[in-house]
Structures are given as C-alpha cells and as structure tokens.
Design a protein around this ligand. Structure first.
Ligand code: HSE
Length: 380
C-alpha cells in the first residue's frame, strides 16, 4: 500500500513512524502547510501531486477541521483512492456525503481512530451487528475531559491548570473548547449512533452540555452521593425505532465501570439483544493510540476490508424526550421550571425529579443567558 498522509501533527507524526516500520505499506507523500525539511522529498504542499499519482492508493487524513479536509478527501475518493481519517468533525458533519461517495467510487472508507482514539470501537460495533442488534451505547469518549474530571476528583486540581496539562500531553483538540464544551464528544456520538443504528444523525440532533462551568462544589456534591462526575455520551433505539442521542456530565455511582476510568482513558459500551453489555476500554487520545488505529485501518484495507462500518444510511426519527432521568442542577437565581421539578437540595445545587433529556437541555441552554455558570449533570 502506498499512502499519502494529509497533515503531520501529533497524530500524523505517529502514523508516519508506525507505517514506516511495516513492510506492507509505505508513506510516499506527506501534505504539509509549512516547510518540514525533516520529511525530505515526501513533503508536498499541493494536493494535486497526490491526486495525480496513480501509485498512491490510500489517503490518510489527519489534518483536522472541515475545510480543506472535505475537499481533499472527496477529491481523493473521486480519484479512486481509499480514505482513512481520524477526523471526527469531518465524518460527523459530512457523514452521508462521504459514505455515499465512497460507495459510489468503490473505495474503502475507514475512520476507526475518529471515535475512541486507540480503542477499536467502530470495528467492534460493525462486527457485533453482523449477528446482533444494537439497542444502546454509552461511554466516556473524550480523553481531555476525563483527564480533567479525574484530576479534580483525585487531587482537587484546578480546572485550567489541568486543561493546560492535557494540552501539553497532546490529548486536547487544537481549540480545547471542542473538548470542554462537549463538541468533540458530540461528533463521536453522531458517528457511533449512525453506525449502531444505520442512521443519519447530524450534530444538531445531539444535545450537549459541557464541563466548562464545573466547580469544585459540583465535584463535592457528586462525592456526597458516592458518585463520580464523568462526561458521557448516550445513544439508544426505542421500540418505535426512534433514536435518542445526547452528551452530558453525569454523576455515576462509584461502583460502576465508568466511574473507575482514570486519566485520558475512555470506555465505550454497547448493549445488544443477544450479548448484553460489552465494553471497550483504552487510551482515547494521544499520538500513538490514535495513530495505531489509523494504521490498523490501513492494514484492514490491505486485508480486503472495503465497506464502511455500515452501508445503510437511513433517516430515522430522533426523540431526545424518550430518555429521562434525575439531574443535579446548580443555578444562581430563582426559576419556575426548576422549582417545579426540584426534589431535594444537594450542596449548592438541587436534585430534580426525572426530567426528559431534551427538555432539560433546552432549559440549560436558556439558563446560560441568565447564569453563564449554570451546571447540570445527569444522575444515571
Ligand atoms: N481531544 C480528543 C480527546 C482527542 O481528548 O479525546 C481524541 O479524539
């Protein structure tokens, strides 16, 4: 396999290093924006050098962002090249276009590193669906936010200091607001829901609340209930066929699997009709774990894998009021809705009665205008 790598940052550098040690693949080009003399004659700045070279059969996109990644990846598929990408923003945003184009051009399209970094989540989701039906998934899908929450629980760490450490370790996105506001997880949830349920959700279908406003008093509130605060993504298919999918901090009972996941680790689980719950645990971010899954996708293509994880891209109804649970809410000021759902006090916040997820997220989005420091967490 002759690879052209688009981008050579934290993950791209790892892909180059791992791929170059293998005998079944080699990196012929690396598309860069700035000069990188250490890449020698592999470095190119013009995508056409890659598109016009028939020897290149596979493009590995690790540049991130939507543009020009979308234009480059689409052009690569149109030129008959397989595509592997770690770019969850690209795949979530252009899901239908890219899955359809890959099928039309009869090229392989894989994005295992886009969800869960080094965890083989999407390939196992694909595998279980051959025999079984996925009912739901749930998981910690972001290394940066787990690293922050874990440090706040274990050392009483300060939010911004620990975020800077996650950036230094290469876990965080270029703009870490994508991590702390939950957008990175939202994109991973979109891709997971679409593969799990043969659906075609987009980011707007997945309500999200991040951890930007979390305070040590919220961590203390969780601990007072023998719970640990974790940032979770959920997806579920109801009996009627509607899908719910959302992302929010949760106070998880201390004995649950998710509560024990430390540092930048992720755990993602699916529940299926026949096998029940199966969980996949590992490093969800970082150079080598993510690069490993990109190279593993290339190895899968060499061994004949062609299809995307699902060939079905259907418009399924989305209903985020089908799911409901109690919430911890910290809001300064009085509010009629909160008063109507309050069940008990909890530290500087309250615990609500069960509230439909979409309703709670709509309230929280409005409440941010009155109190930008508002914080909510589901009690699961
Ligand atoms: N910023 C992401 C994370 C990288 O922290 O999980 C891996 O997708």
């Amino acid at each position: 396999m002759k690879i052209a790598l688009l981008g050579c940052g934290v993950v791209g550098g790892g892909v180059l290093e791992i791929a170059e040690k293998r005998s079944d693949m080699s990196v012929k080009y690396v598309l860069v924006r700035r000069d990188k003399p250490e890449l020698g004659d592999k470095a190119v700045k013009d995508i056409n050098a890659i598109l016009n070279d028939k020897e290149v059969d596979t493009v590995v996109e690790v540049m991130g962002g939507l543009s020009p990644a979308f234009e480059y990846v689409s052009a690569a598929m149109r030129a008959g090249k397989n595509v592997v990408t770690a770019n969850k923003h690209l795949v979530a945003h252009y899901y239908k276009e890219l899955v359809s184009l890959a099928s039309e051009m009869n090229v392989a399209f894989r994005c295992t590193p886009a969800v869960g970094g080094g965890i083989p989540w999407l390939v196992n989701l694909e595998r279980v669906k051959r025999l079984d039906s996925v009912q739901s998934f749930c998981g910690i899908m972001n290394g940066t936010t787990n690293f922050i929450l874990d440090a706040m629980h274990t050392n009483g760490a300060d939010f911004s200091e620990v975020l800077a450490e996650a950036q230094r370790l290469g876990y965080a996105e270029a703009d870490p607001s994508a991590d702390i506001d939950g957008l990175d997880i939202q994109r991973k949830a979109v891709i997971s829901a679409n593969v799990a349920f043969d659906a075609c959700l987009s980011e707007k279908d997945v309500p999200v609340f991040g951890i930007r406003s979390i305070l040590s008093c919220d961590i203390a509130a969780a601990e007072s209930r023998e719970r640990i605060c974790k940032m979770l993504a959920f997806g579920e298919k109801s009996a009627s066929g509607a899908v719910s999918c959302y992302v929010e901090p949760c106070f998880v009972p201390a004995g649950e699997l998710e509560a024990a996941v430390s540092t930048n680790r992720n755990v993602i689980s699916f529940v299926t009709e026949l096998t029940g719950k199966e969980s996949f645990y590992g490093q969800g971010a970082g150079r080598y774990p993510t690069a490993y899954n990109a190279v593993a996708d290339c190895a899968d293509i060499i061994s004949g894998v062609k299809e995307f994880y699902t060939s079905l891209v259907r418009d399924v109804p989305v209903d985020n009021n089908a799911a409901e649970h109690r919430y911890y809410v910290r809001f300064s000021g009085s509010d009629d809705f909160l008063a109507s759902v309050e069940s008990e006090k909890c530290g500087e916040g309250i615990i609500t009665m069960p509230v439909p997820v979409a309703k709670m997220h709509e309230w929280a989005a409005r409440a941010k205008e009155a109190d930008p420091g508002v914080f909510i967490a589901g009690l699961i």
